[in-house]
Ligand binder design. Structure first.
Ligand SMILES: [Zn+2]
Ligand SMILES: [Zn+2]
Length: 128
């Protein structure tokens, strides 16, 4: 029996990420979710985020040497990651279907997933 038990805590975690535009990591989600679910632990927040990502409710954003960040926005958008402060910004862009483009250069391979990320220096870091 595959019953997905959507606990109240997990729902609260999802709502915090959905309400944030900052692509928060587990520690940031923990700080906010504690205000409504005071007895929640950082471990529960972390496990909830991972489960939500596995179920397709959240997107994981991973950067080397940094905590995984989460995005509840599931529409087709891309990310700009500042290499100076680590902030993640949404990029609205219409790109061609990259799986199709890649298939042309990878004869015999089946592309199942593509991942495009933009890296650079954000506006506020450029000012400093
Ligand atoms: Zn920056
Ligand atoms: Zn995003």
């Amino acid at each position: 029996m595959a019953i997905i038990r959507f606990t109240r805590q997990r729902q609260a975690v999802l709502e915090v990420v959905q309400a944030s535009r900052e692509h928060p990591d587990a520690a940031r989600v923990f700080e906010t979710v504690r205000e409504t679910v005071p007895n929640i632990s950082l471990g529960t927040v972390y496990r909830s985020l991972e489960a939500l990502a596995l179920e397709g409710h959240l997107i994981r954003i991973q950067q080397p040497g940094q905590a995984t960040r989460y995005d509840a926005r599931l529409d087709g958008h891309y990310h700009f990651i500042c290499d100076s402060c680590g902030e993640v910004f949404d990029v609205m862009l219409e790109l061609p279907d990259l799986s199709t483009v890649a298939s042309k250069g990878l004869s015999g391979f089946k592309v199942q997933k593509t991942n495009v990320e933009f890296h650079g220096i954000c506006q506020s870091c450029q000012k400093n």
